[in-house]
Ligand binder design. Structure first.
Ligand code: F6P
Length: 319
């Protein structure tokens, strides 16, 4: 193996740069060349490249976003797009491709793998929604960003005795809500993996009021099937109080990666090159406990992530 391609795809996640750096520096130190494709799979289709060497990946470890840019490519979903991508890899003499991204990006990677290209997937998404790995790169930073926001919102909620709905990202996965709700000291969490229990929410608010606690922070994952306005109307009808609504949005995707995310990205990026050196065939890198794992790329996208109910119970016993 002499030349490795790298791209980032899907929603950006803090730590993607750390992974690009680790892939590049490990590969170069093993005598390989690295070529970056700009803008996810679109970069493969358009032959938009960036030279990656020891220096170009200098000074990026601490930055969110991705120096390779990213996109959710619609063109790559077509047979023509995949064919163009395969031709590009052939044109540049790329022996193996590293794809840093989430579930959708891995599905794209599988298409290339089926065409005989060795692809290594590194899980990069703030959502932590990939069932085959304990953690994805970017999740820890996003949770830290959210608990910082929760702390600030809590100050003013306590000062004004306010019920506040805080909507966090995560698509169909409630992990950002669960981890940030527990570690941020929220009163209630709403996860897409759980059945909605509005009566239970009202009881929780009421139990607080009976203990002379007049604020209540509700962390609602974006995948929960009720709008913030509907939820606010329900709370208003039951309590007579108009809740505040805060949608944290894209600030959860940016920022300097946490030490945990930099570590995870560095380990996974370096491991990707080792797998390429060993010519293992296409793999998805994950982490289980302290061990990195390398599963067959074909198998991982169907593994569903379950919510950690123990964490949920802990959260309620402590709130
Ligand atoms: O997958 C990361 C994520 O931020 C999700 O949490 C969110 O649902 C989605 O991306 C937003 O996507 P887009 O960037 O396409 O608006």
């Amino acid at each position: 193996m002499r030349r490795i391609g790298v791209l980032t795809s899907g929603g950006d996640a803090p730590g993607m740069n750390a992974a690009i750096r680790a892939v590049t520096r490990t590969a170069i130190r093993k005598g390989m060349e690295v070529i970056g494709f700009v803008g996810g799979y679109d970069g493969l289709i358009d032959r938009d490249t960036m030279v990656l060497d020891i220096r170009t990946v200098g000074g990026i470890l601490q930055h969110g976003g991705t120096i390779l840019k990213t996109a959710r490519s619609e063109r790559f979903k077509t047979a023509e797009g995949v064919e163009q991508a395969v031709q590009t890899l052939d044109f540049f003499g790329v022996d193996a491709l590293v794809v840093i991204g989430g579930d959708g990006s891995f599905r794209g990677a599988k298409e290339l793998s089926r065409r005989g290209i060795m692809v290594i997937g590194i899980p990069g998404t703030i959502d932590n929604d990939m069932g085959y790995t304990d953690y994805t790169i970017g999740f820890d930073t996003a949770v830290n960003t959210v608990i910082d926001a929760i702390g600030k919102i809590k100050d003013t909620a306590i000062a004004h005795n306010k019920i506040t709905i805080i909507e966090v990202m995560g698509r169909h996965c409630g992990d950002i809500a669960l981890y940030s709700g527990l570690t941020g000291g929220a009163e209630y969490i709403m996860l897409p993996e759980m059945e909605m229990d509005l009566e239970g929410l009202y009881e929780k608010i009421n139990a607080g009021i009976e203990r002379h606690k007049h604020h209540c922070l509700i962390i609602k994952a974006e995948g929960v099937p009720i709008s913030n306005a509907e939820l606010a109307a329900y709370i208003e009808e039951k309590t007579g109080q108009t809740p505040r609504e805060v949608v944290l949005g894209f600030l959860q995707r940016g920022g300097s990666p946490s030490a945990r995310d930099r570590l995870l990205a560095s380990k996974m990026g370096s491991y990707a090159v080792e797998l390429i050196e060993q010519e293992t065939g296409s793999r998805a890198i994950g982490i289980s406990g302290r061990e990195l794992t390398a599963m067959d790329l074909d198998e991982v996208t169907d593994i569903k992530r379950e919510a950690d109910l123990e964490l949920l119970h802990l959260m309620y016993s402590l709130s």
